[in-house]
Ligand binder design. Structure first.
Ligand code: DGL
Length: 249
């Protein structure tokens, strides 16, 4: 099917999902929107996040998308249920990858790094109920702001990560869950702050789910050359080059 797949995030974090999606589904056409004008979502209320999400989704629906990927844990926790009930196209969301992390846990703890809004939401409480044994939620305050301003591998982000993780890392840690798509871009800095601790993210799982859904519905584009287009609600001169840089990392 020729129609594009819409994919969005509060900002540039979703590029980490788009990158994976382009690799796994090279025949598909993707339209990405970063809601950079309204990022971060993680410090907003559920109602505020829903308002932002609705407006971005509206923008994507106007382009006749055949499926919607919410490349944002925070937006999924706040709005996926309503979007699924209301939209005639499949909606693929994401959640902190606590399930795979739980499988590799030995006797240590699992640090779940996610936005304050994600950690506050009912969806996360349900996840903790199922896979939360030994899990320690840590709000990743300040990381999204660093990534949005391009600080992904320098002293500034490293300082933020030390501030957040030095205390919880005093206990034996089996894995850190990157429960926000922005955090995937600070893996190098994280590896310096938490050496030898496995980092688990949900990006591949999300893309595999997208692939499954497209196949099931018979709307997967199986041949031809795919493409992706980048858009932002913020300043194009600032965010499009940053998205391109992250896409090509
Ligand atoms: N990238 C988003 C996530 O996966 C949210 C970042 C934010 O805007 O706070 O949760």
């Amino acid at each position: 099917m020729e129609r594009p797949i819409g994919i969005f995030d509060s900002g540039v974090g979703g590029i980490s999902v788009l990158r994976e999606a382009v690799r796994v589904l090279p025949e598909e056409k993707f339209l990405f929107v970063g809601d950079n004008k309204n990022a971060p979502y993680g410090s907003k209320t559920r109602e505020e996040i829903i308002t932002c999400v609705d407006s971005v989704v509206e923008q994507l629906l106007e382009q006749n998308i055949k499926a919607l990927v919410i490349a944002c844990n925070t937006a999924t926790a706040a709005a996926a249920k309503e979007l699924r009930a209301r939209l005639p196209i499949p909606v693929i969301g994401m959640e902190p990858a606590l399930k795979p992390a739980h499988l590799i846990r030995k006797e240590g703890q699992i640090i779940v790094l996610a936005t304050p809004a994600t950690l506050r939401m009912e969806k996360f409480a349900d996840l903790m109920e199922k896979y939360g044994e030994g899990a320690v939620p840590v709000p990743g305050c300040g990381i999204v702001e660093c990534v949005e301003s391009g600080h992904i591998d320098d002293a500034e982000i490293e300082g933020v990560l030390h501030g957040l993780l030095d205390a919880p890392l005093r206990n034996k840690t089996d894995a850190i869950v990157l429960g926000c798509t922005h955090y995937v871009f600070v893996k190098n800095a994280l590896a310096r702050v938490a050496p030898h601790v496995p980092l688990v993210d949900g990006n591949m799982g999300t893309v595999q789910q997208l692939n499954r859904v497209l196949k099931e519905r018979g709307i997967r584009r199986a041949e031809g050359k795919g493409s992706y287009a980048l858009d932002t609600t913020g300043d194009r001169k600032v965010y499009i080059p940053l998205m391109e840089r992250l896409m090509n990392l």
